[in-house]
Design a protein. Sequence first.
Length: 352
Amino acid sequence: MVSTTTAESTSNKTVVEEVTGWLRVYSDGTVERLTPPGAEPFTAIVPPYAEPRDGVTVHDVPTDRGVDVRLYLPEPAADPSPHRRRPVLVHFHGGGFCVSRPSWALYHNFYAPLTAKLQVAGIVSVYLPLAPEHRLPAAIDAGHDALHWLRDVACGKSSEHVSPVERLRAAADFSRVFLIGDSSGGNLVHLVAARAGEDIRPGTLLHPVRLAGGILLHPGFAREQKSRSEVENPPSLFLTPEMIDKLLALGLPLGATKDSPYTSPELAAKAVAHVRMPSMLLMVAEKDLLHDPQVDYGKAMVNQGKAVETVVSRGNVAHIFYLNFFAVKSDNLTEERTTELVQTVRSFIDQH
């Protein structure tokens, strides 16, 4: 519990949980999301735009599957001649299941240019329901709904006949859909892929959409007992021990702990032992607080017979360093490791 100030009690409600700088939960159930000092440029909202910037347009699309998505689309080719269809990425943002939106500059400044760098048909970034109002499995449901919407698009059955959706349909190879996620969004890559692999109920099959791979960027795997990296690696603006403990506690189902298949590397792998999973690329940062459980996830998945490639970004780079656009521009090591990360992702996609 967090002590309550007079200002916080003016409406006969008190703070019952707080994640410093990011979130407050009040006694009446309301939630206040905050921006810590220094994070304002990263949480700034980037509106969508239809006029290309650096060869990419951005569109917010409400779907008839109950989820909203942000589409990053490459500028239509000037040459009208037929061209080969290209893969699609479905993106899950991070934030410990509790904070952040796809429209934040944090994501826009990486995923908008990534659309062109990877030469994909588009990136579909899902507006996830946030905890604690919507605890897991709500975000998993939303991710799966987004895949069903993508199936509707592929089949020409979606009700969104707007130009951006038609552009995606015309350019996409729906047999090469990749899930990609940052931090807790990396957990969702695993969890949504598992849902897709085990869901064989009538009407739930994704064909012609096929998951060709999953890309977990610094996923939020953790256990109740802290790992060596959580103790020894330094915190950052985007990840502190408090955030690991409190955001995950608020994001997990009531009564669940980090020792659950949602976050435990070993239990997550065990839960999919008999599930058909796509090939996975696991990206880890050497100074990430969650370095150790991330690496353990990769090992546990391989022990279960799953195809997981683990790549560690070496040096003084921490959790989601590639999203810190100031560091990418000002620090040579961060720039180099971000370039390597993008090249690794592109190579993985090209191979699958």
